[in-house]
Write a protein that binds this ligand. Structure first.
Ligand SMILES: *Cc1c(COP(=O)(O)O)cnc(C)c1O
Length: 363
């Protein structure tokens, strides 16, 4: 049986030879490849600094630390995201304040942010979910009005823009991931962009044992460095980044045209944004049993999954905060959302099988 995976990293022979070259060089840890990667990211995104780190979760965690977020602070995040968005806030000792999402975009509902702000709020951390920019210009207006910092969780949204500005550049920091589920990958990896020199300096220190350029040890830090062989892989992939996004967009357009007029909710793209399609996420109709559907498709060799978590409903968060507030849209996306296979190199034939089997299963 022909297996159709949910996603698949796109690695070419050239990518492999770039990594092998670095392995043969004997210089494995952070060096010239990481340096090159940081320069190309800051040039592409249009930020003064790009700081490579070991993964997207550490990018978020170090950014909160560098922003001075501390125990007792409140950080506003969307209720629907990958759980890491909330975990980093929790691990800093601050309190995540959840805000529901819009079902059309799966991004934070901006009209509900102000009611979540309290005197303890210090940061808004929007997520650009599934590769689409949140309403970041509006979020920035709210943050400016209340004197709050923005740290963007852009982990799955490299290349996403609002009004032609890259996500990650609207606030104090933008955090990206290089996990294999994202558009370009090096296994585990991430980076932070910022225009603020002092903030960047703190990040450089936090990444590398608190060491400063003059080799003084006046602050403290972790080891969250990326390796040079990882950076060489992502550098090689980044050369074809436009092509990677174009191909995904072509595949999604096939889906969109073939899934019309079915009883499912398709994602929509606001006019002032581009979608980078890290994930193609649909909402099933109320009557569809998702667990059964996933099993039925799997039996046909087609791998699907749910998309993101309604974080306040997860056991840790439910028990700790006993939130009685309702996050109806996040809950619906968590319970009725389905991610369809999408990866570079996906054939039209495979896509047709996914669509046909889905149609039969939801009839
Ligand atoms: C992938 C992802 C992360 C975590 O990134 P890692 O590199 O896996 O640590 C965080 N937030 C969101 C929204 C993500 O999609």
């Amino acid at each position: 049986m022909n297996k159709i995976p949910l996603s698949r990293p796109y690695i070419t022979e050239k990518d492999i030879s770039c990594v092998v070259n670095i392995l043969n060089s004997g210089m494995l840890v952070q060096g010239k490849e990481v340096d090159f990667f940081e320069k190309s990211m800051s040039r592409y995104i249009g930020s003064k600094h790009a700081i490579a780190v070991s993964n997207g979760t550490m990018a978020l965690y170090l950014s909160l630390l560098a922003a001075g977020v501390k125990s007792g602070d409140e950080v506003i995040i969307p209720a629907l995201s990958f759980v890491a968005t909330a975990n980093v806030v929790e691990l800093i000792g601050a309190t995540p304040i959840f805000v529901d999402i819009c079902l059309d975009t799966f991004n934070i509902d901006v009209s509900k942010i102000e009611e979540a702000i309290s005197p303890k709020t210090t940061v808004i951390m929007p997520v650009h979910e599934f590769g689409l920019s949140a309403d970041i210009t509006e979020i920035k207006k709210i943050a400016d009005k209340h004197n709050l910092l923005i740290i963007e969780d852009a982990a799955c949204a490299l290349g996403a823009k609002e009004n032609n500005h890259h996500v990650g550049t609207f606030g104090m920091a933008g955090c990206f991931s290089l996990h294999p589920r994202k558009s370009i990958t090096c296994g585990e990896g991430g980076f932070i962009v910022t225009n603020d020199d002092l903030f960047a300096k703190k990040l450089y220190q936090l990444r590398n044992h608190g060491i400063e350029e003059n080799f003084q040890f006046s602050s403290i830090g972790f080891n969250c460095r990326l390796t040079d062989f990882q950076a060489s892989l992502v550098n090689s992939q980044f050369e074809r980044f436009d092509e990677i996004l174009e191909e995904k967009s072509k595949i999604v357009n096939w889906y969109l045209s073939r899934l019309e007029n079915l009883n499912i909710k398709l994602p929509s793209i606001p006019e002032n944004k581009n979608h980078t399609w890290q994930t193609f996420h649909i909402i099933l109709n109320e009557k569809t049993d998702r667990t059964k559907l996933i099993e039925t498709l799997k039996a046909k060799g087609i791998y699907t999954n749910y998309g993101a978590q309604c974080i306040p409903s997860l056991p840790y968060y439910q028990e700790k905060y006993k939130s009685s507030r309702q996050f109806a849209n996040s809950w619906k996306a968590y319970k009725k959302g389905l991610v369809l296979p999408l990866y570079n190199g996906m054939s039209e034939e495979d896509l047709n099988s996914v669509v046909n089997e889905l149609k039969i299963a939801i009839q």
